[in-house]
Write a new protein. Structure first.
Length: 75
């Protein structure tokens, strides 16, 4: 089992992974279609999207978390 202190990092990695897969797949399909080596084109775009998504999430998380804490109810 992984230590609880890495929970936020794991969340960011898994969320960035999932979102980058979905978004790069949809955008690749919209821009270039589903035929003619779709998987290769998607994988190439995902290899660029995942690191960008992860770095963006890591940079925005400290800014967004306090904002959400202020907006969310304390119930």
């Amino acid at each position: 089992m992984i230590s609880k202190k890495f929970a936020q990092l794991l969340f960011l990695i898994f969320m960035s992974f999932g979102l980058s897969i979905i978004m790069s797949g949809v955008i690749t399909a919209i821009n270039t279609g589903l035929e003619n080596n779709y998987f290769d084109r998607w994988f190439k775009s995902w290899t660029f999207a995942f690191p960008i998504a992860l770095i963006s999430a890591m940079m925005l998380s400290p800014i967004i978390r306090p904002l959400v804490d202020r907006i969310a109810s304390k119930d």
